[in-house]
Design a protein around this ligand. Structure first.
Ligand SMILES: Cc1cc2nc3c(=O)[nH]c(=O)nc-3n(C[C@H](O)[C@H](O)[C@H](O)COP(=O)(O)OP(=O)(O)OC[C@H]3O[C@@H](n4cnc5c(N)ncnc54)[C@H](O)[C@@H]3O)c2cc1C
Length: 433
């Protein structure tokens, strides 16, 4: 493997998607992944017969879903019921999820119920691009009057974006994610690891080659043009195109003189979002109705993904809890809070526990469309011919896995569109806000 057309650095969803589209265009492609397995943050771990993702993962009806369908992936799983509880002042109340719960929820006054229903109806048809330059708070306060309707929308938009504070995230992407969620999210059988397996098979079938357990140490660039990829084990691969499907900080580190390129701006402007995730497998549920809850005055979320997906070999129920984190985090306090939510939803759960997984602080996204962003990253690094970025942080208005697939496709599209053209055409697709 001395020379290939395209080297993809990173074998997560973005890297695998980029590799597939490059190979589909006839490019000889190799994916280099530093871990011993593919998938990045979309892997699943099997523990005592239960499949755990790295925290709750749902496939919304956005770019990732459309891309995977286009690629012919089977995506086995189901949409869960939307019947939900809200946690408010330490108590559970039904949230409006259909006509019956809208009329019976004790959380909203009559006026609030009308406002909530009319806002959801308007939102389902709205062109959310018009809200890309205002914050979630500006959107909520400009569009909603009832204080409890505002609280519920803050909670729904937090779940959509994983971002705790409403002043940072741009409203448009968060609202689009909510629109996609309202169309129905998919919980995948055996977790997102199955999705990675399918992407891997698809890529291999198209001739993509994989180097796992191999860490890229730098990209050799001469005369402003990508020449070679260098790996820690001494491997050197000549190539014309490199897609950096890694975190922005890693992309920056791999490129000599990155501080003189747009990679520097993208790294500096990035705001990381993290969460604490507790996943448990329970032999049975003490409260079978209580499977889905949004924190309203707590930044938490609970879902029993087993109500829609096959996630255990022995019938255990796999419940995922998330604590959305701000800047300061405390792993013990977060765990205590999440266990408190389980006590509320499934009292006596400890006696039913077969296995658990606690991730005290995992990166959900390295960056997102926020109010302090100077420009949308990628697809091309404009100063270096043949260099691209992809990943959920290289969002041009998409969120999470949707941004991973969309940015990967943008990179390949841009690469193909420039073949044989002048290099300053690199600036063409740069997403300036
Ligand atoms: C708790 C949690 C919940 C989530 N929930 C959802 C959800 O409900 N819906 C949704 O759409 N998304 C969700 N996501 C987000 C989703 O998991 C990510 O957007 C997606 O997996 C990111 O893929 P990626 O390819 O951009 O990055 P990664 O998966 O991080 O891939 C990057 C890869 O690059 C590799 N790498 C890094 N440096 C090097 C190097 N030097 N050499 C070689 N390889 C290298 C890494 O090992 C890694 O495998 C969630 C994420 C988390 C953590």
């Amino acid at each position: 493997m001395q020379k290939v057309d395209v080297v993809v650095v990173g074998g997560g969803i973005a890297g695998l998607t980029a590799a597939i589209y490059a190979a589909k265009a006839g490019k000889q492609t190799v994916v280099i992944e530093k871990q011993n397995r593919l998938g990045g943050r979309a892997v699943s771990n099997k523990k005592k017969g239960a499949y755990f993702n790295l925290g709750a993962h749902a496939l919304y009806q956005g770019d990732a879903y459309a891309t995977f369908r286009e690629l012919g992936l089977t995506l086995q799983g189901k949409q869960p019921s939307a019947f939900a509880y809200g946690i408010w002042k330490g108590k559970l109340s039904t949230l409006p999820s259909d006509m019956k719960s809208l009329f019976t929820t004790p959380l909203l006054s009559w006026k609030g119920k009308m406002e909530f229903a009319s806002c959801l109806m308007k939102l389902s048809k709205a062109d959310t691009r018009q809200f890309d330059r205002i914050s979630v708070r500006e959107w909520v306060e400009g569009n909603l009057r009832d204080p409890m309707v505002r609280h519920i929308f803050y909670s729904l938009l937090r779940t959509a974006s994983f971002v705790v504070g409403p002043d940072l995230p741009a409203a448009g992407p968060a609202l689009r994610q909510l629109q996609n969620a309202l169309k129905g999210a998919l919980y995948l059988d055996r977790g997102w690891g199955e999705l990675i397996e399918e992407l891997h098979k698809k890529a291999s079938g198209l001739g993509v080659r994989f180097l796992t357990n191999t860490k890229v140490s730098s990209i050799d660039i001469r005369g402003g043009i990508v020449r070679q990829v260098l790996c820690e084990d001494g491997a050197q691969i000549d190539t014309h195109y490199v897609i950096l499907a890694t975190a922005p900080s890693i992309a920056h580190k791999l490129v000599p003189f990155a501080e003189k390129t747009a990679l520097h701006t993208w790294k500096e402007q990035a705001i990381e979002v993290t969460a604490a995730c507790l996943d448990v497998a329970l032999k049975r549920l003490s409260k079978p109705k209580q499977q889905f809850a949004y924190g309203i005055d707590q930044t938490v979320f609970l879902t029993n993904q087993s109500r829609a997906a096959h996630l255990s070999d022995d019938g255990a129920q796999v419940i995922s809890l998330i604590k959305y984190q701000g800047k300061d985090t405390d792993p013990d306090k977060d765990l205590q809070e999440l266990e408190g939510v389980l006590d509320l939803m499934q009292p006596g759960w400890r006696e039913e526990l077969t296995v658990k997984q606690y991730l005290p602080k995992i990166t959900v996204c390295h960056d997102f469309m926020h109010m302090k962003r100077l420009e949308n990253p990628g697809p091309a690094v404009p100063e270096i011919q043949g260099l691209y970025v992809a990943g959920e942080w290289a969002s041009h208005g998409e969120v999470l896995a949707d941004a991973a697939t969309a940015s990967a496709k943008r990179a390949i599209q841009h690469m193909l569109s420039l073949e044989g053209k002048e290099r300053n055409a690199y600036y063409e697709h740069r997403g300036i806000i």
